[in-house]
Design a protein around this ligand. Sequence first.
Ligand code: GDP
Ligand code: IMO
Ligand code: MG
Length: 430
Amino acid sequence: MPGTVIVGTQWGDEGKGRFTDYLAEESTLVVRYQGGHNAGHTIVVDGETFALQLVPSGVLHSHVTPIIGNGVVVDPAVLLDELDMLAGKGVDASRVRLSGNAHLIMPYHQELDRVTERFLGQAKLGTTKRGIGPAYADKAARVGIRVQDLLDPKIFRAKLELALREKNGVLAKVYNRLPLEADEICERYLGMVPRLEPLIADTVHLVHEALEAGQQVLFEGAQATFLDLDHGTYPFVTSSNPVAGGVCTGAGVGPRAIDRVVGVTKAYVTRVGSGPFPTELFEGDPVGDLLVERGGEFGTNTGRRRRAGWLDAVMLRHAVRLNTCTEIALTKLDVLAPLAELKVCVAYEADDGTRYDHVPYHQSVLHKVRPVYETLPGWKREIDGALRIGDLPAAARDYVRFVEELAGVPVSFVSVGPGREQTVVLPQAA
Ligand code: GDP
Ligand code: IMO
Ligand code: MG
């Protein structure tokens, strides 16, 4: 079955959007299977930048049907704004299809995300405050409101009133906030129905029709492996399953629908928000600052400065396993250009001298480990014009080979700049 997954192998912002856009050339459908507008996926085509949060990154290809799957949580106002933004740039996004089973992000989810973060104080997660966690919590608690509920105003209102009884109690009594009004929310959400209705579809059916016809279907991950609710650095994670397995529940396919899993890996690592980060180079470290500046490591979405550090092959190996990656797409290699030497973390060491070649399952251990580095020579010249692997300096090729060896799967693509054309395809790529 011709399904390909694009998944982040780190803590997000690896360049999933640009590789989804690149591989969408050969695809019929591009499907988001989890997350919401906490994602920020940037694509640069012919010098024009597109920052997407909800609309799948295949949208720039007119032959692609972009699909928002059942596993996504949707703020409909954000979706409509994004469609308008695309229309304003001349992109026809009327082809987008939205699962009727996707859950809605409601105003109380966003309010709760904000107040719970404040309440946590020092222990805050550093969420995007988009209401993602509370929306998934309601889905699991079976009090969520789904996209299809918008199509029946009576049902929508009944579910909303039920939800507000509890949410307003919590907002007022626990967090000392003003209650939210059902009338205002109904008017706002139901007012969007005329624009949303033509987009709402049975997306599972669309995906299976395409797969059965032998068409390429691309599943676009948001967030990443170490932000996964089950496999990430809990509790400093998001509330969905970005790992490749999340495609099955979030898009409605079985594992055998997937035959290719591209693990998108930044040539170094970044993280936004709180949580452990063994190879972190703290603000003020010259290499860390260089990565942030050259890499433009500020959130697409929130503008926050991303934390940065050396590539961590212990994490990468684990991500390859968790996702059964068939290959790696290595991004932002150009950012490393000025460095005289490059470090790659190949193991961790704990205070008691224990060496870990795998990610320790216990968070207290992970918080304290020290990275064990191997040092490679840098190449000290810009590579953003490289078109083929042979255009890269020998030291850059060696770095790619080293990553490949450590990951245990081939590197199929290397990107050397944000532009669609700044993608180097390696000879072994499928
Ligand atoms: P995503 O969330 O995984 O899609 O990644 P983001 O779009 O949030 O972050 C990646 C950032 O790096 C974006 O601003 C991209 O335009 C940019 N980018 C992607 N690939 C490259 C690359 O190879 N080199 C450079 N310099 N920038 C890149
Ligand atoms: P893309 O798809 C980087 C992080 C937040 C926070 C944690 C939980 O662009 O790679 P949430 O709002 O999801 O409850 O926040 O997850 N986070 C991301 N970090 N890239 C993302 O998406 C992220 N989406 C969420 O910063 O630490
Ligand atoms: Mg991003």
